[in-house]
Ligand binder design. Structure first.
Ligand SMILES: Cc1ncc(COP(=O)(O)O)c(C=O)c1O
Length: 330
């Protein structure tokens, strides 16, 4: 279903334990070592320049996704654009802020409204595994800047490209070297098996990040000090991330072949942690067919009406369980 199952890498556990004596309040902005580690990672992995962007740790990325519209002052009468088939928290966040959600993959569908304050993009996407090309992202950024809207790019699956190379909104190809009006949202939950630690961060427009910091300080949205130390260790170590990526890559090959042999069509799924599958029937019929074989998947309709004939299978199971799925499908 999507929760990581592999062990937390030892180097991260050790950093958490070493930072256990933490009687004082942690910095909402992140300790200097964490700010350095996030900045370095964003420069390397997102292709951003060495500096010029703001960074801020978050308590996992879900809380930021859910509260970003509110933190940006988006409210009733404003519009938040989300992908047509999307992680549900984008819409939940708009609802918490009292704003209106519009589902659209192409901004021509949104029309010439000035009410749009925030546009979410998610590449690689959950649940579809779709990767948006740099040119597409660039158009979204240009469109938003012309209208004074913010682009929030949820990039939590960025390190997991399989058949396509995902691009960050912070790369010069997309943002043109200016971080104005763009925010990249990242998470260590999947890259480093840290879903249980709640470790994420946001990077981008320094003025927006400063505004988020100001509010989050007063709202108590502070990453605990031992988790901050664990994040430093995680961000400085690519080895465990490469190993985890290999594990997911192997599971993906097994599952993909097994579902295709069983007559499923795999759509998109070129990156990320999911296979987006269809048998050309209502998703609940597929969920039922798989459940009778002891295989649990998410119904596509959870992610929007466009997912009605799809199910989402996650790569987050042990090798033994993945092999069992393949055997049952065969
Ligand atoms: C697209 C997307 N964004 C954000 C999250 C939240 O992740 P976390 O809060 O663990 O960082 C998830 C989790 O599955 C996700 O799929």
């Amino acid at each position: 279903m999507g929760t990581p199952v592999d062990p937390v890498p030892q180097v991260i556990r050790q950093a958490l334990a070493d930072a256990a004596d933490a009687p004082g309040y942690p910095l909402t902005a992140g300790a200097p070592a964490l700010r350095d580690a996030i900045t370095g990672w964003v420069s390397r992995e997102c292709g951003a320049g060495p500096d010029g962007f703001g960074v801020l740790p978050t308590i996992g990325s879900k809380e930021l996704v859910a509260w970003l519209p509110t933190l940006l002052g988006v409210g009733p009468g404003d519009v938040v654009v989300v992908p047509s088939i999307a992680y549900p928290t984008y819409e939940d966040g708009a609802r918490l802020a009292g704003a209106t959600t519009v589902r659209a993959d192409s901004l021509t569908a949104v029309g010439p409204t000035s009410r749009v304050r925030l546009v979410w993009v998610n590449s690689p996407g959950n649940p579809t595994g779709r990767v948006l090309p740099a040119a597409h992202l660039r158009k979204v950024v240009d469109w938003a800047r012309e209208r004074g809207a913010v682009v929030a790019s949820d990039e939590c699956y960025l390190p997991l490209g399989w058949d396509a190379e995902p691009v960050s909104v912070l790369s010069p190809e997309v943002c043109g070297g200016s971080y104005d009006s763009v925010l990249a949202v990242h998470s260590l939950s999947k890259r480093s098996n840290l879903a249980g630690y709640r470790a994420g961060f946001v990077a981008g427009d320094p003025a927006l990040v400063a505004e988020l910091l100001k509010i989050r300080k007063h709202a108590g949205m502070i990453v605990p000090a031992p988790v901050q130390a664990a994040m430093v260790a995680a961000l400085r170590d690519e080895r465990h991330a490469d190993e985890q990526r290999e594990r997911y890559g192997a599971r993906r090959e097994t599952l993909r072949a097994a579902f295709m042999d069983a007559g499923f069509t795999v759509e998109h799924s070129e990156a990320g942690l999911y296979l987006w599958l269809t048998r050309g029937e209502d998703c609940w019929a597929t969920v039922d067919w798989l459940a009778r074989r002891g295989i649990l998947v998410a119904a596509g309709v959870f992610y929007g009406p466009g997912g009605r004939q799809y199910v989402r299978a996650a790569l987050t199971e042990s090798d033994e369980r993945i092999a069992a799925v393949a055997a049952r499908l065969a």
